[in-house]
Design a binder for this molecule. Sequence first.
Ligand code: ADP
Ligand code: ZN
Length: 204
Amino acid sequence: MNIILLGAPGAGKGTQATRIEEEFGLTHVSTGDIFRRHMRQETPIGKKARSYIKKGQLVPDEVTIELVRTTLDELGNNNFMLDGFPRNINQAEALGKTSNIDCVIDISVDFGVLMDRICGRRSCLECGYTTHISVCPDGTCPKCGSELVQRMDDKEETVKQRLEVYKNETAPLVEYYTRLGKLRTVNGMKSPDEVFEEIKKVLK
Ligand code: ADP
Ligand code: ZN
């Protein structure tokens, strides 16, 4: 089974992806995580990606599509869960040419909550756990005790730009995959546990 997680920045794709990976054995392919790894390692892709990511813009398609292509090939093109890709129609069409997608899960949230969710987001450099500043005000990871940090693109100005890009470029994918009969919508305003229950029903 191959699936796509769709949803605005802050909708909870990453949180759900971790659970889906455990429950269904799908390999989590997050383009955001892949780009962040490249940036940490200062690779040519990382250097190129950084200039776009820090402005809240999409990394150019030729870079992203190639990167995803290679990653999926390494996985034998099967049993993957895409998170953060495709992010526009052009990426979706490229993906459709080489991979079979069984289901697209759209995690739907009201736009109004996203700003707070993203600007308050903190993650652990050690174990990758992601949480919200309101539940961890002392800035230490509840899982491993390391320091929680804010992503460089989770600052207010950049978030505004990312939400704009989402509206203009990514949101049209909802209609695109509806037309292909693949879209399933879950209510991302509920608690992470409840959202996961809905996703399990869709996938089983
Ligand atoms: P979020 O879903 O919270 O916006 P991601 O970690 O998925 O965060 O993405 C962070 C940034 O990485 C994006 O704002 C964009 O610059 C870049 N990026 C990730 N996936 C893609 C993609 N499919 N195409 C182009 N750029 C991407
Ligand atoms: Zn941790």
